[in-house]
Design a protein around this ligand. Structure first.
Ligand code: CA
Length: 648
């Protein structure tokens, strides 16, 4: 397996004319000696390696000048004899007579507290008992993914969670957490950034600070704040692996949110201290380009950054058993790099999921034609993008929390809803000129679209509904919430939900909770008792998707040869979208056709149907696959603000 991957990487490296074959193994430990290696710009004048007895402060044990590689100008080496296990190290690179400052290198795999020094450990000793290299049962098909986006702290920090290791990797090893996720039915956990980031002081975890973690420091080390001991370099690594192990054992896959598009700091960052100006893009006037909206943007199109991203993704797969990747602000990266990564990820398993935000947060210093944008997804066939089309058509536009759309009874979003139901793929019944953002299908097939109505960004669904629909009663709030997710989970795209929506979570109206306290971000597990019908609906909705998953088969070659499971839109109206998955029985399903009615209006609507005997399985309040009631008819009353699901 490794050989094949390596071959692929070599082939890719060679395909880029003149590219250096970067070796990112900066520290290789053995009991007899530890080897160090660092990549710098070619004009580096020297690299000083220091060995310490602690991850911070402590005594310097050794200071060594590294030697320039005989063939590669920007590669430096040093070997230190003796057993250095448990010690720490820094590099300090000299340019133009000045040292850039001590740092752990760009590819540290273990670090001390707050990631300021690299740590010398024996990686094999970080493996938990029974670790099998992060392997798991074969991955489910792409279209069967049900993604649950979560933050370690949100999920378990509140006492009501009943989870012991609150806010830690180990929370996801506890039976209570695992059983909860299995019971809900999600099969892919997407964890918010979990590599070492900068905004939480790991020396003062008692302050209980909160952050999403979109401020990378060391890309290839788990964040210390989620471990039980950020001072001991092996602990965070072992506990992260325990988390992956427990989730895999439960048949749940793990997706890592990766944020290669920017770093916490330029001048105080490892990239800049090691290879000045090489990892970041600049504007023509010499200022830093800021396509990330976070003060800088990395340059994926350059050899070293491309090689770095590929090596990093590969490392998380091989060392930690990570199953898929979500690229933050993928639009900042270039298409060639993203395709090279997707090819590598899919080398041994085409069902590994790769998706990203198909936009940037500001203008980038590369042409939009080569950016990893949603509009360019057709040129990135192994990658999916979030559909802001269906998201905003449901909840309302991104530029105003008080603006409503379909869920608020505002007409004009019907074609955008249909666009999302069809998985952003070509469908003859969609008028693309009326779609809110995409004026043509952006996906080659529905597996390239992530269907969602909310994520960590912006308001969560409950807050958005309250903010955009004045005077909403709790009863209607719940109905609209359930209808929104019904659209998501009956879409042909890959469904994605924010953790806690199934508990009717809210964030007290906070729009951007990236550093809000736990009182805003935490899940209140008492809500499961307050709104048991909400959890029950989500659970049954997910089960319905799974049980009739053939309805959502999105393999293009399949759809071309058969009408079985085909998607057809039936006549609707303002804020009324009706669709049918046809001839499911030809696929072995007990149901022939399944119909979904989404009525965003605050009054009931009569919907004309092909005459048949229908069994209603979803009435807006509950889903029951055994049937709520049956009737023979050619029309049905769709209740206000509700989703109806039925079959014949
Ligand atoms: Ca950190």
């Amino acid at each position: 397996m490794k050989k094949t991957l390596l071959t692929a990487i070599i082939a890719l490296t060679m395909a880029t004319a003149g590219a250096r074959d970067y070796n990112f193994n900066e520290m290789t430990y053995s009991p007899k000696a530890t080897e160090f290696l660092l990549n710098t710009n070619d004009d580096a004048q020297g690299v000083t390696l220091r060995i310490y007895d602690a991850g911070k402060d402590g005594k310097m044990l050794k200071k060594v000048e590294m030697k320039r590689d005989k063939k590669i100008a920007g590669e430096w080496h040093a070997t230190i004899k003796g057993d250095l296990k448990g010690k720490f190290y820094t590099f300090d690179v000299k340019y133009n007579g000045n040292y850039m400052g001590e740092n752990p290198g760009i590819f540290a795999k273990a670090v001390g507290v707050n990631g300021r020094r690299g740590a010398i450990i024996n990686m094999a000793e970080t493996n938990p008992e029974g670790w099998d290299g992060g392997r798991r049962s074969p991955l489910i098909a792409l279209e069967d993914h049900i993604i649950y986006e979560m933050h370690h702290r949100d999920f378990s920090i509140d006492p009501s969670s009943g989870i012991q290791h609150k806010g830690k990797y180990l929370a996801l090893t506890e039976p209570k957490a695992i059983e909860y996720l299995k019971n809900l039915g999600v099969n892919t956990i997407h964890i918010l950034p979990s590599y070492d980031y900068g905004s939480i002081d790991e020396e003062h975890l008692d302050q209980n600070r909160y952050n999403w973690g979109y401020d990378p420091v060391n890309y290839n080390v788990p964040e210390g704040g989620y471990s039980t001991n950020p001072y001991d370099p092996a602990t965070r690594i072992r506990e992260f692996k325990q988390m992956v192990q427990a989730l895999h054992k439960a048949g749940i896959q793990v997706v890592l949110d990766v944020v290669y598009n920017h770093t916490f700091s330029i001048d105080d960052g490892n990239f800049q201290k090691t290879c000045p100006d090489t990892f970041y893009r600049k504007n023509p006037d010499g200022s830093w380009s800021n396509g990330s909206g976070c003060g800088n943007e990395t340059a994926s199109e350059r050899d070293i950054m491309r090689a770095f991203m590929m090596a990093s993704v590969k490392y998380w797969m091989e060392e930690y058993g990570i199953d898929g990747f979500r690229f933050d602000l993928m639009g900042v990266h270039d298409i060639e790099t993203m395709n090279a990564i997707a090819d590598m990820v899919h080398q041994n398993d085409p069902n590994r999921i790769v998706y990203g935000e198909g936009w940037s947060a500001g203008s980038c210093a590369i042409p939009s034609e080569i950016m990893g944008l949603k509009a360019n997804i057709k040129r990135m066939p192994g990658i999916a993008a979030f559909s802001d089309d269906i998201r905003d058509a449901l909840r309302g536009p991104w530029d105003g929390d008080d603006k409503a759309a379909f869920l608020g009874g505002v007409p004009g979003y019907e074609e955008s809803i249909k666009f999302g139901i069809a998985g952003a793929s070509q469908h003859p019944q969609i008028d693309y000129s009326k779609v809110n953002y995409s004026k043509e299908p952006f996906a080659n097939n529905p597996n390239q679209m992530i269907a969602y109505v909310s994520c960590h960004d912006d308001m969560c669904l409950v807050d958005r509904l309250k903010a955009s629909i004045p005077g909403l009663t709790e009863k209607d709030l719940i109905k609209l919430d359930l209808m929104a997710q019904t659209a998501v989970f009956t879409s042909r795209g890959i469904p994605f939900m924010l953790s806690g929506e199934e508990m009717l979570r809210d964030k007290k109206g906070v729009h951007n909770s990236f550093e809000s306290p736990d009182s805003i971000n935490h899940l209140d597990w008492n809500n499961l008792k307050r709104y048991p019908q909400v959890f029950e609906y989500y659970k049954n909705l997910i089960a319905l998707r799974k049980n009739h998953h053939l309805a959502y088969i999105s393999d293009p070659k399949f759809n071309r040869t058969s009408t079985a499971g085909a998607l057809e839109f039936l006549p609707g109206g303002d804020c009324l979208v009706v669709y049918r998955y046809k001839n499911l029985n030809e696929l072995g399903d007990k149901w022939k056709n399944m119909i979904v009615i989404l009525n965003g209006n605050n009054d009931k609507r009569t919907v004309k149907l092909p005459k048949s005997t229908y069994t209603i399985v979803g009435d807006g309040d509950v889903i029951n696959e055994d049937g709520i009631y049956t009737l023979t008819t050619d029309e049905i009353i769709a209740p206000p603000r509700s989703a109806v699901i039925m079959h014949d």
